[in-house]
Design a protein around this ligand. Structure first.
Ligand SMILES: C[C@@]1(CC(=O)O)c2cc3[nH]c(cc4nc(cc5[nH]c(cc(n2)[C@H]1CCC(=O)O)[C@@](C)(CC(=O)O)[C@@H]5CCC(=O)O)C(CC(=O)O)=C4CCC(=O)O)c(CCC(=O)O)c3CC(=O)O
Ligand SMILES: NC(=O)C1=CN([C@@H]2O[C@H](COP(=O)(O)OP(=O)(O)OC[C@H]3O[C@@H](n4cnc5c(N)ncnc54)[C@H](O)[C@@H]3O)[C@@H](O)[C@H]2O)C=CC1
Length: 210
């Protein structure tokens, strides 16, 4: 498998999860939180987790719904502890997006280690070499992204919006955005968490351009 990373819009996509052990639960939660329609085939699930998933819109089915569910699903996640069964289901779903938790060679989709902070999503993948290291690196990266970084993103969103109205050249917009990030007053305001004040200050700068 040779991969490239993409972010998929999961809203209203149909996802089937087979097996609700540690992996199935993690993936079901992830896709429910991303707005997908999630169908689940389970041989046993904690009552509270089942309730959580039902509240998020999941629908539970028995084994004999498998073939029909595969047909209507966009993505199938196979996560039972029965390797043979995982293989069988993954092969049945070969023309869909498939994530087989136990055998990478049967997957055409990888679930990376992901975290969200503010409006940033970071995902990483060790090419199936070390999921544990993926988890550890995820925590390392998570720890170096600060509230200030997030506020700068919010400010840049605002700056981009204003610049698109006031400045026609992309190159000029880019230069101005770099200039804003390096501006000492902007830096001070953002470091103090004063996003609204930073926006007001930058708005004045932009209005002076024309
Ligand atoms: C290929 C992949 C599946 C795919 O998604 O397609 C896959 C496969 C397998 N994982 C296994 C084991 C473990 N997986 C984890 C944890 C995570 N595994 C995740 C992803 C992936 N795991 C994909 C590749 C990702 C990459 O390479 O970067 C994460 C990142 C995302 C998620 O699952 O949500 C999540 C961390 C989430 C976080 O950030 O917290 C831990 C640690 C723990 O549980 O604490 C262990 C135990 C330690 C170890 O074994 O390393 C086994 C062996 C089972 C066995 O030994 O039988 C297989 C199967 C095999 O390798 O054959
Ligand atoms: N991709 C990953 O991150 C990881 C993958 N794995 C692999 O993924 C698989 C699942 O791992 P875990 O979730 O940790 O296992 P687990 O033992 O926690 O859960 C397996 C679940 O499969 C269910 N199951 C068994 N037969 C079923 C059937 N016919 N229909 C529906 N459900 C059925 C069991 O009831 C159980 O809840 C294992 O094969 C393991 O090798 C394990 C750890 C991490």
């Amino acid at each position: 498998m040779t991969v490239t990373s993409l972010f998929l819009d999961m809203e209203e996509k149909n996802v089937l999860i087979v097996g609700t052990g540690q992996v199935g639960i993690r993936r079901a939660r992830r896709f429910l939180d991303a707005g997908a329609y999630v169908s689940i085939i389970t041989h046993g699930i904690d009552y509270d987790i089942k309730e959580e998933f039902i509240n998020k819109g999941a629908v539970f089915y028995s084994d004999n719904a498998l073939d029909e569910l595969i047909k209507k699903c966009d993505l199938v996640v196979v996560a039972t502890d029965n390797m043979e069964l995982n293989r069988e289901i993954s092969l049945k779903a070969h023309d869909k997006l498939v994530n087989c938790a136990s055998d990478i060679s049967l997957s055409n989709v990888i679930v990376p280690s992901t975290f969200n902070i503010g409006s940033v999503t970071i995902s990483l993948y060790t090419n199936s070499k070390s999921p544990l290291m993926a988890k550890q690196l995820r925590k390392k990266i998570q720890s170096i992204i600060t509230e200030t970084d997030i506020l700068f993103i919010e400010l840049q969103e605002y700056v981009r919006y204003l610049l698109k109205k006031h400045v026609s050249s992309q190159d000029d917009r880019k230069e101005f955005m770099i200039h804003v990030n390096e501006d000492e007053i902007v830096q001070k305001l953002i470091e103090e968490g004063k996003l609204d004040e930073a926006k007001k200050y930058v708005k004045c700068l932009i209005e002076k351009i024309n």
